[in-house]
Write a protein that binds this ligand. Structure first.
Ligand code: NAD
Ligand code: TDX
Length: 339
């Protein structure tokens, strides 16, 4: 049986990836390593049973010794999601970003080399390319030019993977994706924050003039791109993944208000994010050609599914807002998760 170690599997994209694997590749054994920061929520995986095909290990990926001891089995491949992921938090304090995103990635590379894995997919972001003006798209050849501590730490992690490929013939593959949305996204990010605030008739804070552009991708489409990179990607290659769906923040927020039938008067302009990147847009033709990457739904359909999910699962995000989700681990798993 193939054993795949997934880091950060209790977060937004990692948990969607585990659900996708259970559906599409039920024969794979998954070892999910996650330390459960504020962004890690085991309620995202409550319908995935702990059995021969799924194991959870609570561990910090920046702690080489602890992880080496905890993972006491043969690992065939790694998909590395674990990261600090919120730009605003990195502007306030970058230290956790450096520890997890930079040191944690090097630890994962070192351990993956010791496990002699066949593939290591490093899940990165289009933000490493910096910001675009009105024209153009990021390609895999666009120079790395990050503008926030978050994106700088992700860029550093990409370069560590690249260096391991060059130095050790490490089977590292890098994916760089645009903005994801869908179920289980922590309500600090634009779309779930706006849906939850609108539901509660709270103000919707738009940074600056709301004209910044992001390229939105349905999270399952990103997860499928990662699976394709794992199965068909070439070591040492970078694959851009994107949604081909560029929208201003204002357009996204107005679409959300319309779908939950709330007034635009809830929109509140607030001080802009420092160093706010103007526009991200991805050319993913290389992944389309080499991996067969594609998108299954457009933004209109994806937003409808997302809004429906947040309305049907209000208790999921209310438990985050009250902090109750943090108790899930102790109640359901106990203190020792090594088995
Ligand atoms: P998230 O913040 O929702 O989840 C991150 C997960 O990593 C959490 O479960 C957290 O507990 C875990 N984690 C954090 N530090 C850890 C540590 N030291 N040891 C072990 N686990 C740790 O993030 P996400 O939005 O799911 O993003 C996942 C990955 O995808 C990240 O690498 C991010 O850079 C990348 N990415 C995200 C997007 C996006 O739109 N969200 C787009 C492109 C790329
Ligand atoms: O309250 C808000 N108001 C607002 O106007 C928030 C939270 C965001 N915004 C704006 C800032 C951005 O232009 O919305 C846009 C999207 O913001 P985020 O959801 O914070 O995402 P972004 O900064 O674009 O980064 C995301 O996409 C790339 C993820 O958080 C990253 O992890 C990923 O790498």
């Amino acid at each position: 049986m193939t054993t795949l170690l997934v880091t950060g599997g209790a977060g937004f994209i990692g948990s969607n990836f585990i659900h996708l694997l259970r559906r599409e590749r039920p024969e794979i054994r998954i070892v999910n390593v996650d330390v459960l920061t504020y962004a890690g929520n085991l309620e995202n995986l409550k319908d995935v049973p702990l059995d021969d095909h799924y194991r959870f290990i609570r561990c910090d990926i920046a702690d080489n010794q602890a992880l080496k001891e905890a993972v006491d089995e043969k690992i065939d491949a790694v998909v590395h999601f674990a990261a600090e992921s919120h730009v605003d938090r990195s502007i306030e304090d970058a230290s956790a970003f450096l520890r997890t995103n930079v040191i944690g990635t090097q630890v994962m590379i070192d351990l993956a080399r010791a496990w002699d894995v066949e593939k290591f997919v490093h899940v990165s972001t289009d933000e490493v390319y910096g910001s675009l003006g009105d024209e153009g798209l990021f390609t895999e050849e666009t120079p790395i030019s990050p503008n926030s501590p978050y994106s700088a730490s992700k860029a550093a992690s990409d370069l560590l993977v690249r260096a391991a490929v060059e130095t050790h013939q490490f089977p590292g593959i890098i994916t760089r994706c645009s903005n994801n949305y869908g179920p289980y996204q922590f309500p600090e990010k634009l779309i779930p924050l706006m849906i939850s605030n609108a539901t509660e008739d709270k103000p919707l804070p738009i940074y600056g003039d709301g004209m910044n552009v992001r390229d939105w991708i349905w999270v399952d489409d990103h997860c499928m791109g990662i699976l394709l990179a794992l199965e068909k990607g070439k070591p040492g290659h970078v694959y851009n993944l994107g949604g081909k769906s560029e929208l201003t923040n204002m357009a996204v927020v107005k679409a959300i208000l319309k779908s939950v039938d709330k007034p635009e008067s809830l929109i509140t302009f607030v001080t802009d994010r420092k160093g706010h990147d103007q526009r991200y847009a991805i050319d993913c033709s290389y992944a389309e050609k080499e991996l067969g990457f594609d998108r299954s739904i457009d933004f209109e359909e994806g937003l409808k599914r997302t809004v429906d999910w947040y309305l049907e699962n209000e208790s999921w995000w209310q438990r985050i807002k009250t902090g109750a989700y943090l108790e899930y681990y102790d109640r359901h798993y106990g203190k020792d998760l090594s088995e």
